[in-house]
Design a protein around this ligand. Structure first.
Ligand code: FAD
Length: 405
């Protein structure tokens, strides 16, 4: 159900919110305006994009995907990825934080129905605009999400967990956290569960800073994560199922949309550069104008790739078998690899279009921030790791017999 369809079933308050208030994309645009104005400062100071998130909260963006019955607007995957793209054009860190939050919210929505704690969490995200962070990367395991070292320790109605969380983006700012862990102390590394935690359920002790090339506003510092909470914070479904059905599709679609937004922002700058250069030389194109055409072509490829995967997910969204199929899993996994490479390629072409004006850190055509931000994309779950893991399944998935199937 998309936002417009949701209007048909919402209660009166929500009805007036959506009907009399601005549309979802208008709300995203308002947030993006605030994010744009603060983007250079967020990047320079490596600080959380607080102004953008104040605006996002004011526009109720953090809870749009929550089902209507729990106080949200039942926004679709198309809606939330559009928001990621819009924010990505404004401030990469804001977009990536929103993309990560959305992925965690999707896990709670899709695997928390009928579970009182998870439903409370949905209500808090919608009503109080809770921001949810993510902890998957751990100690020496790095980005190997399908294996956990830290284990959940069960004691009666409570559980505890201590995790060497190498990176938790906006961990210090979040109202809650979604983390993976080994099911129990005696369980195998791949026997994992997912926990959805409120801030009161855990404590964080900073272990590492975040002094990076780009995505500086995500404030992805390292923490020792200590959890002590009621046992109902653990999802009953095994993580491998949640991973395939929700975590991977949402992460890859939302991240890719945020990266496409960064790419689009750089192409917009490159276009402005070419126009200005042509105007000031009697209509003659600058020497690197061909890079602009290349940037537009790779952006078109990137958008088409995301669109195809969005449609594939929307078709299979409620069909467990289709989501688990080799073809779907292979496509959605490789989306991340392809989208990140295309996003980097697009920004590189955009920067080369503008030559020195793009390379320098000052001036209206600078691409430095875009390039540094987008360079995080191939390593955010390292492409090489994904490709090494995907080799067998790629070999086994079929070659389509017709063009559009
Ligand atoms: C912008 C951004 C935001 C992120 N946000 C989050 C988040 O919110 N939560 C989260 O859980 N993760 C987050 N990550 C981490 C991400 O999910 C991946 O885990 C990470 O990008 C993998 O990076 P990698 O290239 O080191 O690859 P890996 O797949 O981790 O491979 C690196 C390998 O090298 C080894 N290694 C790494 N460093 C060292 C070292 N110093 N000495 C010896 N061996 C080493 C590791 O053990 C591992 O085997 C974020 C990453 C980025 C870029």
């Amino acid at each position: 159900m998309n936002v417009r369809e949701a209007v048909l079933t919402v209660d009166e308050t929500q009805m007036s919110f959506l009907e009399q208030g601005p549309s979802l994309i208008e709300r995203a645009a308002r947030t993006a305006t605030v994010a744009t104005a603060d983007a250079d400062g967020v990047d320079r100071d490596a600080r959380f994009p607080r102004k953008a998130f104040d605006a996002a909260r004011e526009q109720k963006l953090l809870g749009v995907m929550i089902p209507v019955e729990f106080g949200g607007f039942g926004a679709s995957i198309y809606d939330v990825t559009d928001i990621c793209y819009t924010l990505g054009r404004a401030c990469a860190s804001t977009a990536m934080i929103y993309a990560m939050h959305t992925t965690k919210v999707a896990c709670v929505i899709r695997h928390g129905h009928g579970i009182p704690w998870m439903e409370t969490m949905m209500r808090r995200v919608a009503r109080d605009q809770w921001l949810l962070a993510s902890s998957t990367t751990e100690g020496q395991n790095g980005g190997n999400i399908r294996a956990s070292a830290a284990a959940v320790d069960h004691a009666g109605d409570t559980v505890s967990l201590v995790r060497d969380a190498t990176v938790i983006s906006y961990g210090a700012e979040a109202d809650g956290l979604v983390t993976i862990a080994r099911r129990a102390t005696e369980a195998a590394a791949s026997d994992q569960v997912l926990l959805a935690l409120a801030k009161d359920d855990y404590s964080l002790k900073q272990t590492q800073g975040w002094e990076t090339l780009g995505m500086r506003g995500t404030c992805s510092t390292g923490f020792e994560l200590k959890v002590d909470c009621p046992a109902d914070r653990v999802f009953p479904e095994a993580y491998d199922k949640i991973h395939a059905q929700t975590m991977t599709p949402f992460a890859h679609l939302c991240w890719s949309s945020a990266w496409a937004g960064i790419a689009a922002a750089s192409v917009t700058r490159a276009q402005a550069f070419v126009r200005k250069a042509a105007r000031s030389s009697g209509g003659q194109m600058p020497p690197a104008a061909a890079h602009f055409t290349a940037a537009k072509m790779s952006l078109a490829k990137l958008r088409a790739l995301i669109s195809a995967n969005l449609d594939a997910f929307a078709r299979a969204e409620h069909d467990e078998r289709a989501l688990s199929s080799l073809d779907f899993q292979s496509s959605i996994t490789l989306l991340k690899v392809q989208a990140s490479e295309l996003a980097v390629e697009t920004v590189m072409h955009a920067m080369r279009t503008a030559g020195l004006s793009g390379y320098r850190n000052d001036g209206e055509f600078t691409m430095g921030r875009h390039l540094r931000d987008v360079l995080s994309s191939p390593i955010m779950i390292n492409n090489d790791r994904i490709l090494a893991n995907a080799a067998t399944s790629t070999l086994m998935s079929g070659i389509p017999a017709s063009l559009r199937d």
